[in-house]
Design a protein around this ligand. Sequence first.
Ligand code: ZN
Length: 181
Amino acid sequence: MIVQCENVANLKMNACDQNFMKDALAFARAAGACGEVPVGALVVADGRVVGTGFNRREERQSPLAHAEITAIEEASRRLGSWRLNDCDLYVTLEPCIMCAGAILQARIQRLVFGCLDPKAGAVESLYRLCEDQRLNHQLPVIGGVLADESAALLADFFAQLRQQKRDTRKAERWPSPVEGA
Ligand code: ZN
């Protein structure tokens, strides 16, 4: 298990983190089963899950329908507050700029994520928004929790997508005798 962002103070990964990440992975799998990029998220307050979400961008045709946003919205609804300063957020993939922004807006107290997103990650890969002192909120970030599982889920999903595209192209080039008649 790799703990990244080691320079951030107050970093402690515990057994609960792995358990909650397992739950987040279950939501990521649910997204994948619906043909969505498999990313899952949970908001946890005092050891209790108060919000869940998975990526539903295709279903909702919304660029905002990321797992973290859905989980934060549900937690805010349930707790009756936009301030989630007693809550931890678990997500299987490093948050993007939008989601890091939402995490800061919600005053999330701690972020735990699975694998890095080298192309869009905004808490370690491209930006380090959660520890930017120019912003009015900072929070500890723990990365790499069950990262291999999270990354494998994404890799399998995209491999399957590429295979489907190849099959479609093949079918277009060589129609079956019935279709070609
Ligand atoms: Zn996002």
